[in-house]
Design a protein around this ligand. Structure first.
Ligand SMILES: Cc1ncc(COP(=O)(O)O)c(C=O)c1O
Length: 433
């Protein structure tokens, strides 16, 4: 059987994987094959993805919310398709119809006080913009983030994240990017008291760390410390924004108006890359001092802005909000029932809306569950910076019937993974890089 896609074709899945190794990324290709997830996504529709082999998977990875509205969401697809008759990427130097329209829509839905929008093409670039903006505003250089933070892999963002990724390219700069433990206000105060910190950047719920939830008062305390010591508060809402917690922006659940808010992933509608940074008037100074301070050919691409306008509008509908609360209650209730049967194995459920992390009692526990979920028709990914925890991210429009199906499949995978873990000697367990 030949896989013919018009512009290109492959004779078989094996040939495709071989060429992927040869011409694309041998490390990634081998990692997934060796992990028992030899996925090459072909067809995709709603919350389903299909491997080249035809195997169907319910997607609860969603690339961190990129596909929160489903794959090839019909309304987003229609908006972008119609826009292609008129718009393209646009010229990033000039005022633009689509960029201005999305900026106005974002400002009108954001926490009050965020009044200007700067665009990027991905989350990392948006984080870089946020950090540059904080440095310009405060004329300070240091950026504080949490240990196991993940803000992307671009120039500044990677320095604010875990050593695993910054050291690889000699981009770790501990004197400029101190990291402090999450949920530790004393450590945060210690880091800020020198009054030399431009900003604290904080994922509202740290995704790649496995969604540990902020303790009551923690984020509010960080904001107060920022105010006391003259540092800005940057909310990274790349994974938690766009209604995934049951509020459009998770940070508003804490009553915090950040100085800067970073948006990515889902704002693309899963259809056209775009990211955005919202800033207060106080932080917006460089936009008048030198409006060309950040230049990005694809930043705020017009087709991305059209996708963003539609994604924002769908995410912000009252019925979408109700749906998130409904799905969250249903799934968490089902997960608790499963947990009751495996209390020594399935040891934690972290949930805020449809942002969820499932914690297992083994250093690599989520990898076992991921593999069994894959075998059983569900795609969910382990947390890179804490592989005990499975990221479990249902879509915000997931049909209730599919939630029941998801829970049934999850129960089977958790049971089988537990049986495997008990059989496998820890010494044979492969520890990932
Ligand atoms: C919280 C957070 N911030 C920033 C990023 C970087 O986004 P991108 O991969 O689009 O550069 C990610 C990506 O996973 C993320 O999870």
């Amino acid at each position: 059987m030949t896989f013919d896609y018009g512009e290109f074709s492959f004779a078989s899945k094996e040939e495709m994987l071989e060429k992927s190794r040869e011409f694309w990324n041998p490390g990634k290709t081998d990692f997934w094959v060796e992990s028992g997830v030899p996925l090459v996504i072909d067809r995709r529709e709603d919350y389903f993805i299909y491997d080249m082999s035809g195997k169907r998977l319910l997607d609860v990875h969603l690339n961190g919310g990129t596909y929160s509205l489903g794959h090839r969401n019909a309304e987003v697809t229609a908006a972008v398709t119609a826009a292609m008759a008129h718009f393209d990427i646009g010229n990033h130097h000039f005022p633009s119809l689509a960029r201005t329209a999305l900026a106005e829509a974002l400002v009108s839905t954001a926490p009050a006080g965020l009044t200007k929008v700067i665009y990027g093409s991905g989350g990392g670039e948006a984080v870089d913009i946020a950090l540059k903006t904080a440095r310009h505003t405060t004329q300070r250089r240091k950026i504080v983030s949490i240990i196991k933070a993940y803000h992307g892999h671009t120039g500044l963002a990677v320095g604010a994240g875990d050593d695993r990724f910054s050291k690889l390219f000699l981009a770790d700069r501990p004197e400029e990017f101190p990291h402090v433990p999450f949920n530790d206000l004393d450590a945060m105060e210690e880091a800020l008291r020198g009054r030399d910190v431009a900003a604290v950047i904080m994922e509202t719920i740290p995704a790649t760390y496995g969604f540990p939830l902020p303790e009551a008062g923690y984020l509010e305390g960080v904001k107060t410390l920022c105010e006391r010591f003259g540092s800005l508060y940057i909310a990274d809402e790349v994974q938690t924004g766009l209604m995934r917690t049951g509020e459009l922006w998770a940070i508003s659940k804490h009553g915090i108006t950040p100085d800067i808010m970073v948006i990515g992933k889902g704002i693309s509608g899963g259809m056209y890359p775009v990211s955005a940074v919202l800033v207060t008037e106080q932080a917006a100074g460089w936009l008048t001092e030198d409006g060309f301070g950040h230049i990005s050919t694809f930043g705020g691409a017009e087709l991305g802005c059209i996708a963003g306008l539609k994604a924002l509008e769908i995410s912000n509908r009252p019925e979408t909000r109700s749906m998130v609360h409904y799905i969250s209650d249903l799934v968490v209730r089902g997960l608790r029932e499963i947990q009751a049967d495996y209390p020594d194995w399935f040891v934690g459920i972290r949930a805020n809306g449809v942002v969820m992390g499932l914690e297992f009692a083994h250093p690599q526990g989520a990898k076992y569950v991921m593999r069994h979920l894959y075998d059983n028709g569900v795609w969910a990914i382990f947390s890179t910076l804490d592989p005990r925890v499975l990221q479990f991210k249902p879509g915000i429009l997931l049909h209730p019937g599919l939630c029941e199906d998801l829970l049934d499949r999850t129960e089977v995978a958790i049971r089988k993974a537990w049986a495997e873990v008990r059989q496998t000697s820890p010494s044979r367990d492969k520890v990932p890089a």
